[in-house]
Design a protein around this ligand. Structure first.
Ligand code: FAD
Length: 304
């Protein structure tokens, strides 16, 4: 039953008409639990509240299904405005983005142009940009672009997904770039040809890559709500004598708040991924897929 629901939500996440419709009607069905609001102002308010509790943030202006140059330009402008707003408000947050929203599916050149503009603006503020990893179809392209950008910018990082078979090799290849990586389990529906179908294998590989990347001496953002993975990361850090400024834990807005606060109290750096914007549907569906129990929470909100 769980697998059926998971697959249904992951399919819905990619459904273009549903995404379009949701955009028109604003945050619904309890999506406010996972999405900070529709405007930059809302997002900065959320950052201020999180900063006040010792947590830092990565802000993401939500945007999927971008198929025209104009739409890609609009998304890039929102990224620039987000960086400006972070700077002006003097809050502690960096930026996460999806390259498909910047035109990756239209042309590599368009996406590169937008990325260069965003990274240049971020650099002028001493800020950092993280490229989210999307589905497998975009993985190689994203890594290739990251490699190219990394030659020009030192304020850019990317995400690596533990569910992919290729991941260990990718981390080995990225080592020469001293890549700043966010390590995640992976959120998309992938074929067993490219990704571990069993959760136990994903978890094992996640542990492997935490060890691999941290022991390579590179900065790691360990992005998970799984306490077993967090415990494992703490062990590795102790084993290799890695200082607290060489890694951070990351979690999603609205998920495992108590765990976030506990890690802060223990002296770890915790960054919360805060999405905002009106293109919330795909993101929300992926969160439901991760934990079908969240559906009860949605149903409750529908009848409120
Ligand atoms: P799981 O084993 O899925 O969950 C462990 C426990 O965490 C669950 O038992 C539950 O208690 C809690 N939990 C997990 N998810 C939820 C939820 N949605 N609602 C409520 N409780 C939950 N994936 C990508 O593919 N690309 C990315 O760029 C990317 N960026 C991310 C950035 C951050 C900061 C984080 C935290 C995740 C990101 N992800 C990304 C998603 C990631 O791949 C996983 O899908 C997601 O984190 C769930 O896996 P988990 O590690 O928390 O472990």
């Amino acid at each position: 039953m769980e697998t059926v629901m998971r697959n249904m939500f992951l399919k819905l996440a990619k459904n273009r008409p549903a995404n379009k419709l949701a955009k028109r009607y604003g945050l619904r069905f309890g999506a406010q639990r996972f999405v900070a609001g529709e405007t930059i102002k809302h997002s900065i308010e959320a950052v201020k509240q999180l900063n006040a509790t010792g947590r830092v943030v990565t802000l993401d202006h939500l945007g999927e299904f971008v198929f025209t140059e104009e739409e890609a330009k609009e998304s890039a402008t929102m990224c620039l405005l987000t960086l400006d707003a972070i700077h002006q408000a003097g809050v502690t947050a960096n930026l996460s983005l999806k390259m498909t929203s910047l035109g990756l599916d239209i042309s590599r050149e368009l996406c590169m142009r937008n990325m260069r503009e965003i990274l240049t603006r971020a650099r002028s503020y001493g800020n950092f940009v993280r490229i989210d990893m999307e589905d497998y179809a975009h993985c190689q392209m994203s890594l290739d672009i990251y490699r190219e950008l990394r030659q020009e910018f030192d304020n850019v990082g990317i995400v690596i997904q533990a569910y992919l078979y290729r991941t260990e090799q990718d981390i080995a290849d990225l080592n020469e770039l001293k890549a700043n990586l966010r390590l995640v389990k992976g959120a998309y529906k992938e074929s067993p040809k490219v990704a571990f179908p069993e959760k136990a294998d994903v978890d094992n590989n996640f542990k492997n890559i935490i060890r691999q990347h941290l022991s390579n001496g590179n900065y790691a953002a360990i992005a998970t709500h799984d306490e077993a993975m967090i415990r494992y990361a703490k062990e590795i850090v102790r084993e290799y004598g890695i200082p607290n400024d060489r890694f951070e834990f990351q979690m999603l807005y609205g998920i495992c708040e108590d765990l976030q606060k506990k890690l802060v109290a223990e002296g770890y750096k915790v960054r919360v991924y805060v999405p905002y914007g009106n293109d919330w549907f795909g993101y929300f569906m992926r969160r439901l897929a991760e934990r079908p129990a969240n559906v009860w929470f949605v149903l409750k909100n529908m009848f409120k």
